[in-house]
Ligand binder design. Structure first.
Ligand SMILES: Cc1cc2nc3c(=O)[nH]c(=O)nc-3n(C[C@H](O)[C@H](O)[C@H](O)COP(=O)(O)OP(=O)(O)OC[C@H]3O[C@@H](n4cnc5c(N)ncnc54)[C@H](O)[C@@H]3O)c2cc1C
Length: 417
């Protein structure tokens, strides 16, 4: 096998980094072309005013099979969220706990305002049945919407509205739970078999760790690609690169003329950070806002999860808005007023830190899948695709797609050259 082939990877997100790692393991030395100023793609963390700000609230599910394969969890110093969620209503709050991990709290939930004892039993049944199934089996089951699946499974409207809707809106970044039931089951299984976690010093530690594993790859930052055609890469700078193989580990419709117009718009989210003297939750738990009148869907004190998110002794609150909203000067004030209505803490104590408008948060994939045959990553001679949009919007999928594209490149040299 020739190892001196010129292989380019476009995009240094999770998928591109995994593709590079797999190519290195096979003896190649790929070159990554990255438009932005760092690695990580959608998994980035900024240092700002003494805080660590993830660009959009997101978590690593420790049960992800691909993450277990590629990441050293110990070195990431993962900080786990407490399973379950806190439900916030104006002037009221109650907890929904995980029946598997906190059986002692089962009874309290049975009578809690979140759902009924019957719902609790259903959650237990679902957890057990998903435990028996592989991820591949889950993704080969009939697909319906998540909302329809929950209704058909027999969950009450109460628990759907009080828990499933706000919890999964925050994950799927869409408001109707129209996402495929396959994805719901996969995520539910991951939540019940592991923890939601963040690295102690922010999500970007994940791609940084993947970057550290690369010893033979070159990473060229600030190098946007304009177009890919006939084995040539046209950079925005005007330079043209000749390639033996190209892995496009970013949305390909923007650089491959034949795929233009083939993708649905991505899902969006607005993520706002506030600081305050003390956390009003004081536990590493996601809080959900169930009242549809509110803009806020979910919130969490990142400093309750990892104290390293703040270097100035103030608590850092991350708020996610999944509803369509106009981000203007008034929004931070409006959200602070909502926080005040939920907590009875005066709005002026919530100090706005920063707002992220994330236009391309998650791909809107119709036919979600868990994996794919390596050969299906090939679009034309020498051009291969990677990226979460190939499968489903998750770190796990981004890793799988990167690995599969690398396998396809490697096997193209085994068979043809
Ligand atoms: C707010 C938010 C919340 C999320 N929550 C979760 C979660 O809780 N759990 C989970 O598992 N997943 C979550 N995700 C999804 C997860 O982050 C993504 O699935 C994953 O990071 C995608 O990786 P990728 O490599 O496929 O794509 P990307 O991260 O998008 O990487 C693509 C890279 O290509 C670069 N690029 C683009 N165009 C060009 C070009 N023309 N030339 C050169 N480079 C280019 C980009 O700059 C980028 O670095 C979330 C995402 C967001 C944004």
């Amino acid at each position: 096998m020739k190892k001196e082939q010129t292989i380019y990877i476009i995009g240094a997100g999770i998928s591109g980094l995994i593709a590079a790692y797999e190519l290195e393991r096979a003896g190649f030395s790929p070159i990554i072309l990255e438009a932005s100023d760092g690695v990580g793609g959608r998994v980035r963390t900024d240092e700002f005013k003494g805080f660590l700000l993830d660009r959009g609230f997101q978590v690593l599910l420790t049960a992800y099979p691909e993450a277990q394969r590629y990441l050293d969890y110990e070195a990431l110093h993962l900080k786990n969220f407490e399973p379950g969620a806190l439900i916030l209503k104006p002037g009221d709050a109650f907890s929904i706990s995980d029946p598997l991990r906190n059986p002692g709290q089962t009874l309290s939930m049975a009578f809690s305002p979140v759902g009924s004892l019957f719902d609790k039993i259903k959650i237990y049944q679902l957890t057990q049945s998903l435990k028996q199934k592989t991820e591949e089996e889950i993704f080969s089951e009939k697909s319906t919407t998540t909302f329809q699946f929950l209704k058909d499974y027999g969950f009450s409207d109460k628990i759907i509205n009080n828990f499933f809707k706000p919890f999964f809106r925050g994950i799927f970044l869409e408001n109707e739970l129209s996402t495929s039931s396959r994805m719901f089951k996969f995520v539910f299984k991951m939540f019940s078999q592991g923890f939601a976690a963040v690295p102690e010093k922010g999500m970007q530690a994940i791609p940084e760790q993947l970057k550290e594993k690369l010893t033979k790859s070159q990473i060229r930052l600030n190098t946007p690609v304009k177009q890919v055609e006939y084995g040539k890469i046209y950079l925005s700078s005007g330079d043209v690169l000749e390639a033996d193989s190209i892995i496009i580990a970013s949305r390909p419709d923007r650089i491959l003329p034949q795929l233009q117009g083939q993708f649905k718009p991505s899902r969006k989210v607005v993520n706002m950070y506030f600081s305050i003297e003390h956390s009003f939750i004081a536990q590493p738990k996601i809080a959900l806002v169930t009242d549809d009148q509110f803009l806020i869907n979910n919130l969490v004190f990142m400093t309750d999860v990892s104290s390293a998110y703040s270097q100035n002794n103030k608590a850092l609150l991350s708020v996610s808005i999944t509803k369509p909203v106009e981000v203007d000067d008034k929004l931070a004030k409006l959200v602070a007023i909502e926080l005040s209505a939920l907590t009875k803490i005066s709005a002026e104590f919530f100090e706005h830190v920063k707002t992220y408008i994330i236009e391309n948060a998650l791909p809107d994939v119709d036919d979600m899948a868990y994996s794919l045959a390596a050969g299906n990553t090939k679009v034309s001679d020498g051009v291969f695709l990677a990226g979460d949009y190939m499968l489903n919007g998750s770190i796990n999928a981004a890793m799988t797609a990167g690995r599969k594209a690398a396998e396809a490149v490697i096997s193209s040299y085994q068979t043809v050259h």
